[in-house]
Design a protein around this ligand. Structure first.
Ligand code: ADP
Ligand code: 5GP
Length: 206
């Protein structure tokens, strides 16, 4: 399916710094809109319903699956998460850029639906640092942290299915890399032709 907006899909093992990086990118780039997923997990820390996630119970999630309300959904760390269809197709169809922060299973489903989606995998610099970040974040129980670390080994093995890889060692360097990917997308022929239509016309480029 052809659409003028960019669809960025960012995946990483929990604790790598994906949400922090995407948040920083959006503060710098007001043209990128986040997609707010639905989840059956409980809110943690300062999370607000409708901002980080739409927090729903199992029955509501089941109903949304049955109604085909999700573009993709997956079981992740004993909970379910899904990207609602409403809005995303309309936004990218209107030329808006949308970022999805989802797990690798969802990312692969999205690439099957949208061949032009840009899949970005963020790796931690080491297992030890990943553990420290999960502990420093201090929002998950010790059991949850262990579960997330066990799942992380399986997740990083999926990196080969992604278009781009960023290693989040220095935050500033990783943010630079993420900005570079977004910038490069906007320099592609079709994007430039839309954004700089007058220049193209003046140069007699059809
Ligand atoms: P994720 O969304 O991938 O689960 P978060 O964005 O919540 O991860 O980040 C996990 C923790 O690691 C947070 O406390 C965050 O401040 C911290 N963090 C993120 N990036 C870095 C980095 N490059 N160096 C050190 N700490 C980081
Ligand atoms: P967390 O509970 O830490 O917010 O997220 C756990 C995992 O679920 C992360 O890997 C996150 O990217 C993933 N996730 C969040 N929303 C979605 C979604 O809509 N679909 C899928 N497949 N994964 C998601």
């Amino acid at each position: 399916m052809e659409y003028p907006g960019n669809l960025y899909v960012v995946a990483a093992p929990s604790g790598t710094g994906k949400s922090s990086l995407v948040k920083a990118l959006m503060e710098l780039d007001s043209h990128i809109t986040p997609s707010v997923s639905h989840t059956t997990r409980a809110p943690r820390g300062q999370e607000v319903d409708g901002r980080e996630y739409h927090f729903v119970d199992n029955a509501t999630f089941d109903r949304m699956v049955a109604e085909g309300a999700f573009l993709e959904w997956a079981h992740v760390h004993n909970n379910r998460y899904g990207t609602s269809r409403a809005g995303i197709e309309a936004m990218i169809g209107q030329g808006k850029d949308v970022v999805l922060e989802i797990d690798y299973q969802g990312a692969i489903q999205i690439k099957q639906l949208f061949a032009n989606a840009v899949l970005i995998f963020i790796l931690p610099p080491s297992w030890q640092e990943l553990r420290s970040r999960l502990q420093r974040r201090a929002e998950d129980s010790a059991d949850t942290i262990e579960l997330r670390l066990r799942n992380a080994a399986e997740e990083v093995a999926q990196v080969q299915a992604f278009d781009f890889v960023i290693i989040n060692d220095s935050f500033d360097r990783a943010l630079f890399d993420l900005k570079a990917i977004a910038h490069a997308q906007r320099l592609k022929f079709a994007a430039q032709k839309r954004a700089r239509a007058e220049t193209f016309r003046a140069l007699n480029i059809l």
